[in-house]
Design a protein around this ligand. Structure first.
Ligand code: NAD
Length: 460
């Protein structure tokens, strides 16, 4: 007689060993060692795929990202408590529609009497990528598209506080790759990322290039790794408004940019320097467009709420990063619905010099462009990340751009125009100022290889 219970146990164990648990997310491994072994195998298979196949996989990633933008936006806000669902949906749509694919890879040739030399953009291999809590799924998808377009495999070590969202995106990318006929586990991650898993990833001989998107700590760690590394670090973008600007529009644009996803984007306006003679008009335009002006004691109370003071220096209270503006107001006893909190402050105020990533904008009055540029450059801390200006004076635009030396410089628009939302150009969520790649895309994740044919293929 057959023991039915025994049979069903055997079946269950066979199914588990051959297929894994039915709910298991694709590309998500319990340990970094397993993730590394899997992506190493996948990358070796991927070497034989054509550019056309790469594009099919990327097209599917775009499709699933658009279809699941809302899921990921909700998950991101739920897991991290940061940002706004409606804005996160837009971020995912931007990633899906405007992250370059293989069209970004441009081979070059040198042809002459000695024949033809071809320079092609080859994969690095397996790339290790560290991602931030502020754009968890957006960065995973954006990096995946660019890195796959470049012919690479990817292993992620996401921010521990946002790993459910990041890993959901890794699963989505793998589902898309498999549906498009690509290899299993070309993009992998760990279930519970830690400092140890990050160290293992950085040290692994399987990983040939490292990419980090985050604050100064991670960029420093990466650059000490001894490997080719792309570091996309912190910013604290100032915005200048002079008296030639369209002040109504400047006020609206600054509220849109500074409040977008509750100021989480590294490119968002984080402090404002305005000419004294137009400051009242700018503030009034901001108020009309969803900003709430706080004054005196209210400002001091908010500083105590959302910042932490140590030896006279302020840093962020992480519990307040990316929270809704109305919560900040409530914390200081104001019941109001607003997208952004604004406050007139002196130039040495923490609302100016701390990269807060909160919908709270310090506004500083200045007498002229010299003072505006000097104070804005000081507030940017030499990060050379992003800076913005509203002006119709060509000299002012040029002088500020030259002085601040940022990777992104937006004129007369919300900051997000700098990453292709309402401005020309492609998008990225990894803006590499410290290592100089700028707005990363597929080409950033390739290495040049030269192939020389002497005395042939020069046909003219
Ligand atoms: P974070 O620096 O706290 O974390 C970023 C990532 O680095 C996480 O995965 C974290 O686990 C890891 N990390 C941090 N310190 C590390 C170390 N010493 N060694 C190894 N890994 C380490 O940043 P966050 O709060 O998640 O994101 C916000 C910061 O990221 C802001 O400073 C923002 O400007 C920056 N950012 C930059 C870009 C860009 O493209 N330049 C994009 C998004 C965010």
């Amino acid at each position: 007689m057959l023991d039915e219970r025994l049979i069903s146990e055997i079946v269950a164990s066979v199914v588990k060993s051959t297929m894994g648990s039915p709910n298991k997310q694709k590309g998500v491994f319990p340990t970094m060692s397993e993730a590394l072994a899997a992506v190493d195998k996948a990358y070796k298979q991927y070497r034989s795929y054509s550019i056309e196949q790469r594009e099919k996989m990327i097209a599917k990633i775009r499709e699933l990202t658009l279809a699941e933008a809302e899921n990921m936006a909700k998950l991101g806000v739920e897991e991290t408590g940061m940002g706004r669902v409606s804005d996160k949906i837009i971020k995912h749509q931007l990633v899906a529609n405007k992250t370059p694919g293989t069209e970004d890879l441009h081979p070059t040739a040198m042809s002459g009497d000695a024949g033809l030399t071809l320079i092609e953009m080859a994969p690095y291999g397996v790339i290790g990528s560290i991602t931030p809590s502020t754009n968890p799924s957006e960065t995973v998808i954006c990096n995946s598209i660019g890195m796959i377009a470049g012919g690479n495999g990817v292993v992620f070590n996401p921010h521990p506080n946002a790993c459910k969202t990041a890993n959901y995106a890794v699963d989505l990318v793998n589902r898309a790759i498999l549906e498009a006929g690509g290899p299993e586990n070309l993009v992998v991650t760990v279930e519970n990322p830690t400092k140890e898993s990050s160290d293992e990833m950085m040290a692994s001989p399987i990983v040939k290039m490292l990419v980090a998107t985050g604050g100064p700590g991670v960029v420093k760690a990466l650059l000490s790794s001894g490997k080719k590394a792309i570091g996309a670090g912190a910013g604290n973008p100032p915005v200048i408004v002079d008296d030639t600007a369209d002040i109504e529009k400047a006020g609206r644009d600054i509220v849109l940019g500074a409040s977008f996803d509750n100021n989480l984007p590294c490119i968002a306006e984080k402090e404002c320097f305005v000419f004294d003679n137009v400051a009242d008009k700018l503030i009034s335009s901001m108020q009309k467009n969803g900003a709430y002006l706080i004054k005196g004691d209210q400002i001091d109370k908010l500083v105590k709420t959302c910042l932490v003071e140590k030896n006279g220096k302020y840093s962020i209270n992480k519990d307040w990063v990316g929270r809704d503006a109305s919560k900040f107001l409530k914390a200081i006893g104001i019941e109001a619905d607003a997208r952004l909190v604004i406050a007139e402050v002196p130039n040495d105020h923490p609302f100016v010099y701390v990269e807060m990533m909160m919908p709270v904008l310090g506004i500083v009055r200045v007498k002229d462009i010299d003072e505006a540029i000097e104070l804005a450059c000081k507030a940017e801390h030499g990060n050379r990340h992003s800076a913005h200006i509203h002006s119709k004076n060509v000299d002012h635009l040029t002088r500020f751009a030259k002085a601040v030396e940022t990777t992104i410089f937006v004129k007369n628009a919300p900051s997000y125009a700098g990453i292709g939302a309402g401005g020309e150009g492609y998008t990225t969520f990894t803006i590499a100022g410290p290592t100089g790649e700028g707005l990363t895309a597929a080409h950033s994740f390739t290495r040049q290889r030269r192939c020389v044919l002497v005395d042939g293929f020069h046909i003219v």
